[in-house]
Design a protein around this ligand. Structure first.
Ligand SMILES: Nc1ncnc2c1ncn2[C@@H]1O[C@H](COP(=O)(O)OP(=O)(O)O)[C@@H](O)[C@H]1O
Ligand SMILES: CC(=O)OP(=O)(O)O
Ligand SMILES: [Mg+2]
Length: 430
């Protein structure tokens, strides 16, 4: 194996483990994997970072140790990562292990410069920092995660895998906003798209489920988590996606509005007297499902509808579904022919009523859901459409951490891990 040259000590040939950190605005999800055999050694989550009731759940999957859970204030992402490092150390799989080959980081906004996994140098970190204004909820957390991991293991390659990378194949006419071209170019205003690691993984797994090569199928992927986005994937390449310059555009989300008339912003400023920051918070944190009915968790919304006929919850559900259905139709038109529609992430994988409602009435498009199959709970990729349906409808659990680990490991095993050899890639914008 070629030792990744990070300018420091070469790793032993036995270094086959990758730690993946997926830092969100108020959470960190992580997995430790051994890429020699693909085994997961530990998985975990720190949530509600910055609150009094922060919670850490750590599940070791090797060595017989028990799942551990504790609730205690964790002030920031740095403290969260240090707590994760302590949990891993307690299992004997600490960050000081010589078996660790690299640390992989989900980085949400990579602009146009990064279309592949990239070893993090000062230059890369500066670019991620420059993009903070267009991913204010995400990039700062990613940067803290990187800096903390670098401090804990300065000798290890730290690799960024960008949410935007998979979408860099979008044709210009899908990526462009129809605004003054000079202004757009001067400020790099265009549609970048996010959740790309998930869209890439799920579209590939969906092709596999159909027994086809990704190059042979057209798939609409619906990533419905707290953040939510749709993508149109033609023969393995993204041709359109619902998020834009920032992760605010597109579908209705837990706390984000998704598509709105941009004039709403002027109205809120001029007529309602709101400040830029107040509008930012309104659209990112007080909109979407939570804005419509006070709850952002789809489980709670379904409970309110099913138990009490709650009208606000029912309206929130209907607005969510209406937007989703419009994107299915739009991406059907963009792709021309569709082989599969794949539901993924927390809501897509678990909420059968969302899946049923999203494709209801689309039989003319060849889309249908079998009620029995849709009701089955499983962690496996599966079809939920009836035999006769022309288009497969699938539930395909996403695994951003596994996808990141594979990309990171492939990179550190290749000579390309030499910083400078593989810096920013893809179509440079400036
Ligand atoms: N059983 C379920 N039924 C409906 N929705 C669910 C269920 N389990 C999880 N969810 C939804 O999934 C969301 C979280 O999805 P996830 O993909 O983990 O999001 P993120 O990665 O953006 O934090 C929750 O807000 C919740 O609404
Ligand atoms: C980009 C994005 O919206 O990510 P998340 O769903 O993790 O908030
Ligand atoms: Mg997510």
């Amino acid at each position: 194996m070629t030792s990744p040259n990070t300018g420091t000590t070469p790793k032993p040939a036995t270094a086959t483990r990758v730690l993946v950190l997926n830092s969100g605005s108020s959470s960190v999800k992580y997995q430790l994997l051994d890429m020699a055999d693909g085994a997961r050694l530990a998985v975990g989550l720190v949530e509600r970072i910055g609150e009094e009731t922060s919670r850490l759940v750590h599940t070791p999957l090797t060595g017989g140790a028990e799942r551990r859970e504790r609730t205690a204030p964790i002030a920031d992402h740095r403290a969260a990562l240090e707590a994760v490092a302590a949990e891993l150390k307690a299992d004997g799989t600490g960050l000081d292990s010589p078996e660790l080959a690299a640390i992989g980081h989900r980085v949400v906004h990579g602009g146009l410069k990064f279309s592949a996994p990239t070893v993090i140098t000062d230059e890369v970190l500066a670019e991620v920092e420059r993009l903070v204004p267009v991913a204010p909820l995400h990039n700062p957390a990613n940067i803290t995660g990187i800096r903390t991991a670098q401090a804990l293991r300065p000798d290890l390659p730290q690799v960024a895998v960008f949410d935007t990378a998979f979408h860099t194949t979008m044709p210009e006419y899908a990526a462009r906003y129809a605004i003054d071209a000079e202004t757009a170019d001067a400020h790099r205003i265009r549609r970048y798209g996010f959740h790309g690691t998930s869209h890439a993984y799920v579209s590939r797994r969906t092709a596999q489920l159909l027994g086809k090569d990704p190059s042979e199928v057209n798939v609409i992927v619906l990533h419905l988590g707290n953040g939510a986005s749709a993508s149109a994937v033609a023969g393995g390449r993204c041709v359109d996606t619902s998020m834009g310059l920032t992760p605010l555009e597109g579908l209705v989300m837990g706390t984000r509005s998704g598509d709105i008339d941009p004039a709403v912003v002027f109205h809120l400023k001029r007529v309602a007297g709101m400040s830029d920051d107040e509008i930012d918070v309104l659209l990112n944190k007080k909109s979407g499902l939570v804005g419509l009915c006070g709850d952002n968790d789809m489980r709670e919304i379904r409970r309110r509808i099913d138990e009490g006929g709650d009208q606000a919850a029912a309206l929130a559900f209907d607005v969510y579904i209406h937007r989703l259905k419009k994107y299915i139709g739009a991406y059907y038109a963009v792709l021309g022919t569709v082989d599969a529609v794949a539901f993924t992430a927390g809501v897509g994988e678990n909420a059968a009523p969302v899946r049923a409602a999203a494709v209801a009435g689309l039989e003319e498009l060849g889309l249908a859901v079998d009620a029995g199959l849709n009701a089955v709970r499983s962690d496996e990729p599966r079809l939920i459409s009836p035999e006769y349906a022309r288009v497969a409808v699938a539930v395909v659990p996403t695994d951003e951490e596994l996808e990141i680990a594979q990309q990171v490991y492939a990179l550190v095993r290749s000579e390309a891990a030499v910083p400078g050899n593989r810096g920013p890639t893809g179509p440079a914008h400036d």
